[in-house]
Design a protein around this ligand. Sequence first.
Ligand code: ADP
Ligand code: MG
Length: 353
Amino acid sequence: MAQIELVGVEKSYGRPKRGHEARKAVSDLSYVIEDGHFVSLLGPSGCGKTTTLNMIAGLEDISGGEILIDGRRVDDLDPDKRDLAFVFQDYALYPHMSVYENIAFGLRMRKVAKDEIDRRVRDAARRLDIAHVLDVKPKSLSGGQRQRVALARAIARRPAVFLFDEPLSNLDALLRDQTRSELKVLHRELGATSVYVTHDQEEAMTLSDRIAVMSRGRLEQYGSPYEVYHEPATEFVASFVGKPRMNLFTAKRGERGRHVLPGTAFGVESGALPEEIRVGLRPEECDLRRPLAGEQPHGTVVAVEPLGNVSDVHLTMGDVEFLVRVPGFGSYGVGDAVVVDLTRARLHCFDPE
Ligand code: ADP
Ligand code: MG
């Protein structure tokens, strides 16, 4: 059982120079990770994900704010008093110990009874399908098996909180997808609060109850996968979450009370909008068709990328490039004049940065 609360958490590395504030690796982080939730910290490299995780773990001091676990301040609590287990990207196994000893080590250090250790090691090994390699040393295992040993070691501890730092990024694509699904099953079985660092929006979307999207040390949005995908709070979230990337344009106040995309007939009611806004449309929510007789096309196909189940069709439309994802191989070729149908599309509006 563990709820984790961040209140105005910040971290600066190094001392401030005279007349300058120290550069903040993270600042103003406030959110609650509910008990039993799987929460991803998502963002590009250098945005402060690992720093945040390490502060929750107690591996880094915090420079400001508070971290509470179940309502209790833990800022000054040693990592091993926080009842959490860490799984790193590089596995961090002991090379001279067998798989069994690697999994058992943390339990021995905590003076767990020998037969209880044995029960837990075998249970964790069974869950992760490594029961047949308990006697070998890590060096004779594949990367995927090593990662399973690291996971088994964390599970055997039975902590209140699991912390993961990009645990799948050293695995090849197939194994990564497989392990991702297994992680999801494991979380459902164990139900422990989990905080998961990743730069991969697909991992975050598929695994999480909530996603904390970060950019440049700040929280951009904290929400469910549905919310960050369908109701992105900022243009950053809109462009980082979802693949292919959202179409994003600047629209200006035009004639007849509408904001229009440059060189196109697309627009939105101006209402109380500022002079310029940013507008976004997801490629997978747009449709294409050929113009009817006498109808003005919206744009021209400049490239088609078939992916098997879908194809990405790139258009030029007025002054902008536009992407539409169509089913299957589609029926469009380079040079075709097309009409973009926005019936299914949600229009997202953002303030200019
Ligand atoms: P992420 O995990 O999202 O890639 P990090 O949390 O590792 O990002 O880093 C966030 C920022 O803090 C980066 O600008 C990084 O250079 C800086 N940083 C991280 N660790 C240290 C450190 N030990 N000393 C100084 N700067 C650091
Ligand atoms: Mg990191």
